[in-house]
Design a protein. Structure first.
Length: 165
C-alpha cells in the first residue's frame, strides 16, 4: 500500500506537466513510467481483489441468507451493519447452449409451424425477460439449453444517513 501512496506522490509532478511537456521526455522515461504505472495498476488490482474477497467473507453469508429470505438466488439485497447499509449485489449471468438453441429453432419452425424469431434472437441468444414470460411447454423445451451462473459479488457501504463511503 505504501508503494501506491509513494507512486501517487511521485507521479504528482507528471500530473502537473502538460501533454506537450510530457511529449518531449526521453523515450526511456516513457518506458520507465509505463512499467511503473503497469506495476501500480497490478498492485491496485490485487488489493481491490483482496478487499472484495474480505467484503464477501464478511457479508457473503448474510447476503445469501437475505436473498434466500426473499426467495431469489441473484440480485441486490440490503441490510444494516453498524450504522451502514450494505448493498450486496450478485448479478445473474445466463448462458445458452448454442447447438441446442439451433436445434430448437429448427424444431419450432419445422414442426410447430411458428416463427423462431418470435422467441429467440438470430444469434441464438434468449432474453431472460422473454424466457420468464414463455408458456411452460416452451420453457420446458428450452431449459436444458440454459445455464445460470452468477457474476462477481459486489458490496457498497452507505452510511445510515445516506452518505456513500
Amino acid at each position: 500500500m505504501s508503494d501506491i501512496r509513494n507512486a501517487t506522490r511521485d507521479f504528482a509532478g507528471i500530473d502537473a506537466m502538460t501533454v506537450a511537456e510530457l511529449a518531449v521526455l526521453p523515450a526511456a522515461t516513457f518506458v520507465s513510467l509505463r512499467a511503473e504505472i503497469d506495476r501500480i495498476a497490478e498492485e491496485a488490482d490485487r488489493l481491490d481483489a483482496k478487499l472484495n474477497a474480505a467484503l464477501d467473507h464478511r457479508y457473503g453469508s448474510r447476503a445469501r441468507q437475505e436473498r434466500a429470505s426473499q426467495d431469489k438466488d441473484t440480485g441486490t439485497v440490503r441490510f444494516e451493519d453498524n450504522g451502514f447499509i450494505v448493498v450486496a449485489d450478485l448479478p445473474k449471468r445466463v448462458k445458452w447452449n448454442q447447438q441446442r438453441l439451433r436445434e430448437l429453432v429448427e424444431l419450432i419452425g419445422s414442426q410447430w409451424g411458428e416463427n423462431p424469431a418470435d422467441y429467440v434472437k438470430v444469434k441464438f441468444d434468449v432474453s431472460e425477460r422473454a424466457y420468464d414470460s414463455w408458456p411452460p411447454r416452451l420453457k420446458e423445451l428450452f431449459t436444458p439449453a440454459r445455464t445460470v451462473e452468477t457474476g462477481k459479488a459486489s458490496y457498497e457501504l452507505v452510511h445510515i444517513d445516506g452518505r456513500r463511503v
